[in-house]
Design a binder for this molecule. Structure first.
Ligand code: AMP
Ligand code: GLY
Length: 425
């Protein structure tokens, strides 16, 4: 088979790494890819002609399956366009992707179907949003309705921050049109987890559980990022909790969408808060998580390609994935200043020392080749993944590996996976 992967981050490097191990696959293209991906796939530039040109590329190269990494192309309807051209593509169609594309839709959908989530109000006028904040007690969670590259959520302990956030999202258009409407939610206290499933619209196949670390600094301090590290399995979602999440959240979501005329195919990712042993939906994504995909797919023993194909073709019920029992953990190495302003073009050293180590895998994100060297070209530069028998051993192993890679002003969290340790005692 020939496969095209769309995207160029750590998640896509992981997808390409896993797909490259499939005996079904003879050639991988990636658009746009990155330095790490270029070792496994032929990277192609993002075409100026958009989906139309990408479609022509797939027809011309006889690509058998396209796999979409990020949310934007899904929300923009790439799946509908490829499908109409007779091309196989893995992911959710435009109608289903609204679950991630609009927080207001997602919250109203959850409410319509009695699926547990934080209580909320939605606003399309800054004045009414401000009035609401002034008349209620905080903390408030203010969310831009549309896509904001993971930065559209602000947790506001102080009324002044809530009011400023409303102004910058709705009036100053910090996120463009994505923030013209907002949701203000109750702030939930608990432990987060990522519950990610594959579905063909009928069968639901849960993937291994995982937990992300969004704030930039240790102890969940500082602003949110795209994710600074993750591990799998995540004990907070294991055991009876996993069944509870399926029954109370995932199944009603897929069947609720079906009742509204939307057949959901692809990845459904529920970002959850576990409060007093009950799961609540914080957000839905319609794609693999980044960085959760790194620990999840490094634990997947089965070939990924037949599973993705089965989601497209509607025979997921014929498969059951096998998982490695080990713990997998990923630590992100970020550029100095990220998630704020950061510099690019720093030379990365030490990667070759990890290349031969067993169960240590480097997934690159913001990297490119310049004058023969791998240099930084993004905020989340790369992630180092380690697998070991237990999470504490995997933590030890990953941080030893992290020490061996360097670039100017590198920073990373030192507490990835710590929240799980209390369950393991
Ligand atoms: P989201 O993009 O909706 O997942 O939000 C980003 C992050 O904000 C989440 O991972 C949580 O850490 C936090 N968050 C979102 N909604 C809430 C909420 N209602 N209560 C507490 N924290 C939240
Ligand atoms: N890890 C967060 C996300 O993929 O949205």
């Amino acid at each position: 088979m020939k496969i095209l992967v769309i995207g160029g981050g750590g998640r896509e490097h992981t997808l390409v790494w896993k797909i490259a191990q499939s005996s079904l696959v003879e050639k991988i293209f990636c658009c746009p890819g990155n330095a790490g991906i270029s070792e496994l796939a032929e990277c192609i530039a993002v075409p100026a002609g958009g989906f139309q040109e990408l479609k022509d590329f797939c027809l011309q190269k006889t690509v058998d399956l396209t796999i979409v990494g990020p949310e934007q192309p899904l929300v923009d309807g790439i799946v509908d366009q490829f499908t109409a051209a007779g091309l196989k593509i893995f992911g959710s169609n435009k109608a289903a992707s609204i679950l991630e594309g609009s927080k207001i839709f997602a919250k109203q959908f959850l409410a319509r179907h009695n699926i547990p989530t934080a209580s909320f109000r939605s606003f399309s006028s800054a004045a009414s949003a401000a009035e609401y904040v002034k008349s209620t007690a905080g903390p408030w969670v203010v969310k831009a309705d549309g896509l904001a590259a993971g930065k559209g959520v602000v947790i506001c302990q102080e009324q002044s921050l809530a009011l400023d956030t409303i102004t910058s999202m709705m009036e100053q258009e910090q996120f463009g049109l994505a923030g013209k409407s907002i949701v203000i939610e109750e702030c939930l206290q608990g432990e987060e987890g990522s519950f990610i499933v594959l579905t063909d619209g009928e069968t639901i196949m849960p993937l291994a559980s995982s937990q992300d670390h969004k704030p930039v600094f240790d102890g969940d301090q500082g602003p949110n990022t795209g994710g600074m590290g993750a591990y799998s399995p995540a004990p907070v979602l294991e055991g009876p909790m996993s069944q509870k999440i399926m029954t109370k959240i995932i199944q009603p979501t897929i069947s609720g969408l079906a009742a509204e005329g939307i057949k959901f195919k692809g990845v459904l990712y529920a970002g959850l808060m576990i409060v007093d042993n009950e799961p609540f939906v914080l957000e839905f994504n319609v794609r693999f998580g980044d960085p959760e995909t790194q620990p999840i797919l490094t634990r997947l023993k089965s070939d990924l390609v037949p599973l993705l194909l089965a989601s497209v073709e509607g025979n997921l019920a014929d498969f059951s994935p096998e998982w490695r029992p080990e713990s997998s953990i990923l630590v992100v190495l970020a550029a100095g200043g990220y998630p704020g302003k950061y510099e690019k073009g720093k030379v990365i050293s030490g990667l070759e020392t990890l290349a031969t180590e067993k169960d240590i895998i480097v997934f690159q994100a913001g990297t490119k080749i310049s004058d023969g060297a791998t240099v930084t070209s993004g905020g989340r530069v790369l992630g180092i993944t380690a697998l070991a028998e237990t999470l504490p051993l995997a933590r030890e192993k990953v941080y030893q590996a992290v020490e061996k890679v360097h670039f100017d002003q590198v920073h990373y969290r030192t507490d990835i996976g710590m929240k799980a340790l209390k369950y393991l005692e």
